[in-house]
Each structure stands twice: as C-alpha cells, then as structure tokens.
Design a protein around this ligand. Structure first.
Ligand code: FAD
Ligand code: SF4
Ligand code: SF4
Length: 480
C-alpha cells in the first residue's frame, strides 16, 4: 500500500462537494451537489485510515469494499477503483447519491468517532462510477451462455433490475414486467431529480435492455395477467413490486379537492421532467404553483414533496409533523436542505381538519407534545391542550408512508403467503415465497425501506434463483 496517500484525516479536513446556493437550486430540478474534481476526490479518499475491521463496510448493506476502492482512488487508479466498486453493486453511482450515508457507511466511519469528520464515502463512490461512465469503462452487459430457462421479474425497481442483471449474466432469458411506461420504480417516478437526475437511472436501464433483458411496459400483474399465468410462461418468478398503498389520514375534509397523495404529486412532477403530457399537472390539480402548500408527514417522502413544491413556485410551503425534529424519521440532512430552500417546519403539530368545504383552503392543526416512551422506546406524541391554529393551504399533500397492496387478492393468488402487514412472506435464506419457484425481494418483503437494501435483496435473490433453477434443470435432465 502506498501509505503516503492514506491516513490523511488529521491534516486534511473533511470536504463534501460544493452544494449550489439555495437560491439557484430552487430554480430547477437538477441535483444540488457539484461533483468532485479529480484531485479533490483523491484527497478525500486519502483521509481513510484503512481500518483492519472497516465498520463502514460492515454497516453498508452491500458490504462494499470501501477501504480498497478509497485506496485505489487516492492512488489515482480510478478504473481499478470503479471495477472493485462495481463488483458488489449494480448501481454504485445511485447509492452514492441517495443512500442515507449518515446512518450507514459514513455514520460508522471511525474517523467520525475520533472527531475528524467521516470519510466522504458516498461522494467518492458517486465520483468513481460517474467517471467510469464518462470514460467508457462501464462495459456492456454480456449475457452468459444460454441455459434455455426463463425468468419473469415483476417490478422494474432497484430490486427487480438488480436481480434481472445478475440472472442475465448467468444466461437466463429475463423478462421484466412493470405497470409503468418506464423502468426504475421509485428511482424514476418517486425520487425527485434534485436528488437523482433521471438520465443517471435511464442509462442503467438502457444498458440492461441492450444486454437482452426484455421489458414489458404497461403490464400490470393482476390486470394484464394473473400470477398463475406468468408462472406458466416462466421457469421462475420474482415478485419485486414495492409498496404502494398510501396510509390514509382520517380528518374532516380530507376528501376535498386539493388534498392529494404524495406519490401522485411526485410522479406528476417527475413525468413533467421527462417532458410527458400530464393533464392533472397542467390543469393545476397536481401543481403547487402559486399555492400555499401543506405537507403532512415527517419522512423522506414528505421531504421530497416540500422541496418539489418549492421548485414548482409555491407561495408558501409548510411541513406538519407530530413529533419534534430530533424524533422525525426523515434524514436530518434533507431537513437541512429543505430549510435552506425556504420550507417552514411546524414541529409538534397534527392536522385535525381540512377547511374550505369542497375545495381545500386551509388546515386546522392541533399542537402536540411528547409523552412517555411507547413500546418501541420512542416518545409518543399526545395532544397539548389549548394549542389550536389554522394555516392556509390550497394544496394539502398526504405523505404518511406506504403499506403493501393486497397481492393475494389482486393477483388471484390466495395461496401466496403474506404477513399481517401484507408484505410477502419469503424464506429468510432462499427468499422463496410459499409458492414453488416464486421468489420475492425489496420493499414488498421488507416494507418501505431503502434503495441499497433493494439492491442487496436483488443480488441475494438472483443467487438463490440461480441455484434453484440449476437444480431444477439437473432434475429434469435426470428424469429425461
Ligand atoms: P420499487 O422501487 O417501488 O419498484 C417496484 C416496481 O414494481 C415499480 O416500478 C412498480 O410500477 C412495479 N409494480 C408494482 N406493482 C406491479 C404490478 N402489479 N405489476 C407490474 N408492476 C408492478 N431510498 C433511499 O435509499 N434513498 C432515498 O433518498 C429515498 N427516497 C425516497 C423517496 C420517495 C418519495 C419514496 C417513496 C421512497 C424513497 N426511498 C429512498 C425508498 C426507495 O425508493 C425504495 O426502498 C426502493 O425503491 C424499493 O425498491 P423496490 O425495487 O423494492 O420497489
Ligand atoms: Fe455507503 Fe450506500 Fe455506498 Fe454502501 S452503498 S458505501 S451505504 S453510500
Ligand atoms: Fe476508512 Fe472510515 Fe472505513 Fe475506516 S471506517 S476503512 S477510516 S472509511
């Protein structure tokens, strides 16, 4: 190891790539962070102390070889760094952009604990693979020797796409079915461009299609085919459909015009970014322009909604959350970005009614306070007597999280085992469901989670499906 390149964390300060000024970034949907220049990335990678037991990698769901690719970057061997980073992840540049690093790799970096500020792992990871794309180092997907077996993947989000890639590399015919008209799942239609620009996702999808993965768009299982019909077409099936049943809010007036679901709002905005016709945006129903906007919820979806509303030219944007800042589920980094961009957080507040009759005009809210910890150890919010207020709102966005849809009913598959939350039951080791040859991965198994976990599941399930399909082919050969 070229030790002089590394261990520079005492003399060299932590430096993230520059962020654009808040005033500039709210004028468009481009990503807010600039990229490192080459010397800056090399310098930042050189802050790593090359731990014998790298806690950063232990806490990365993909167990990426972080110290090794940091060292290669510090040594200027960017292509080697890319190849190593690519060995454990199908989308390193996407994780580098949108993983909550403060809770995963960077939050567990020993340099952080020693008070010097974590190595900026995510930004270096993004830099390495963005450079690889620019330099033409990202190789086409080369399918393995054809095995004569086919796999149907339901859902083109990160879990489905990851599994599809590894299975294609292993020589399977892979068909991906998605109800949308583009692949990517929430990478494409949920997460806004200011966190993840869409060409970054689309170049990944294009590479998979060029490698022979067949995409069937506008194909909804449950409408265009039952699960059983798909099982007849393929040797194995992967369910990677994510979770899409929005949690409801039970207050007077919540069915008024102007009260909308977070994902409808975000999808419309992302579609406009692609240049699509979106009538419900163009007629104003899903647009925040010139409106007072209230977003209800404190998770990452709520953060994406408030920041989207600001960019659409809202007159004001408020976020209501029933706990305080320290107890919110969303990333603190994203709250900071939202505050810089002019969002007003009304902590410890819960809506009691949408006012205005048929058309939303305001939200009545009640002050909350934090009571004793509940069974999970979090302090439960409770009503603070006497604290009532009303805020103006022509657009009220409900961002309270998502549960699984009722797949056994929708897919005419009562024998598909699910948990009491509706997520699909999958064997912890094989990720096979209660149906032979039907596997499941991603949010539909975990409940709403993270992109990096969906990629991890996609990698694991592909290995398990490969083993199962090989065994099945061997049995068939023996029987023949
Ligand atoms: P999805 O990405 O949900 O993909 C599932 C796909 O299945 C979709 O394309 C859907 O159209 C398709 N599908 C569903 N049902 C059917 C059917 N019946 N027939 C055919 N196709 C079907 N995670 C992070 O790590 N960082 C973030 O910053 C972040 N921000 C987020 C912001 C928002 C607004 C949301 C909602 C989530 C965010 N997440 C984030 C979470 C992350 O996006 C998910 O955990 C991840 O996308 C799950 O991947 P998946 O492949 O399991 O499912
Ligand atoms: Fe960190 Fe996510 Fe990259 Fe893992 S995948 S190293 S957690 S940014
Ligand atoms: Fe380097 Fe931090 Fe990981 Fe240690 S924990 S190997 S210092 S990035």
């Amino acid at each position: 190891m070229a030790a002089d390149h590394m261990l520079q964390f005492v003399g060299r300060d932590q430096a993230y790539p520059d962020k654009r000024a808040a005033g500039d970034r709210v004028a468009d949907f481009d990503e807010i962070a600039a990229r490192y220049a080459i010397p800056a990335a090399e310098d930042q990678a050189g802050r790593c102390s090359q731990c014998g037991v790298p806690y950063c990698a232990v806490h990365c769901p993909l167990h990426n070889h972080i110290p090794d690719w940091l060292r290669l970057t510090a040594e200027g061997r960017l292509r080697d760094a890319y190849e190593l980073s690519n060995a454990t992840s199908t989308m390193p540049e996407i994780c580098g952009r949108i993983c909550p690093q403060d809770r995963l790799c960077e939050g567990n970096c020993v340099i952080e604990f020693s008070g010097h500020g974590a190595v900026t792992i995510g930004s270096v990871e993004k830099f390495i693979t963005d450079t690889a794309w620019e330099q033409g180092w990202v190789e086409p997907l080369v399918p393995g020797r054809a095995r004569g077996q086919s796999v149907g993947v339901i859902g083109a989000g990160p879990a489905g796409l990851t599994a599809a890639e590894y299975l294609r590399v292993n020589g399977y015919d892979v068909h991906v079915y998605d109800r949308h008209d583009r692949a990517g799942g929430l990478l494409t239609y949920g997460i806004p461009g200011f966190k993840l620009e869409k060409p970054v996702v689309m170049r990944r999808v294009d590479r998979l299609a060029a490698g022979g993965i067949v995409f069937h768009y506008g194909f909804e299982v449950g409408r265009n085919a039952s699960l059983d019909e798909l099982r007849q077409r393929h040797d194995a099936i992967l369910i990677a459909t994510g979770v899409y049943r929005a949690r409801a809010i039970d207050v007077t007036g919540s069915d008024a015009d102007g009260v909308v679901e977070a994902l409808d709002f975000l999808t419309a905005s992302n579609r406009k970014g692609f240049g699509d016709d979106v009538p419900a945006f163009d007629d104003g129903s899903l647009s925040a322009e010139a409106k007072h906007v209230v977003v209800i919820g404190g998770g990452d979806t709520a953060m994406d909604c408030v920041r989207t509303a600001v960019r659409q030219g809202a007159a004001s944007v408020k976020c209501l959350y029933r706990r305080d800042r320290a107890n919110m589920p969303g990333s603190q980094r994203e709250v900071g970005h939202a505050e810089e961009e002019g969002v007003d957080f009304v902590w410890l507040s819960a809506p009691t009614a949408v006012t205005g009759g048929d058309k939303a005009a305001g939200v009545q809210l009640r002050r909350m306070r934090l009571g004793a910890p509940d069974a999970t150890g979090r302090r439960a919010p409770e009503h603070d007597p006497g604290g009532e207020a009303e805020v103006p709102a022509e657009l009220v966005i409900k961002a309270l999280g998502f549960d699984a849809e009722d797949l056994p009913t929708l897919w005419e598959a009562p024998e598909l085992g699910v948990t009491r939350w509706g997520t699909v039951l999958a064997d912890a080791r094989t990720l096979m469901t209660s149906l032979d040859g039907v596997f499941a991965a991603g949010d539909i198994v975990r409940g709403a989670s993270l992109v990096v976990w969906a990629i991890r599941d996609g990698r694991d399930v592909a290995a398990s499906m490969h083993a199962w399909l090989k065994a099945r082919a061997a049995d068939e050969r023996k029987a023949a």
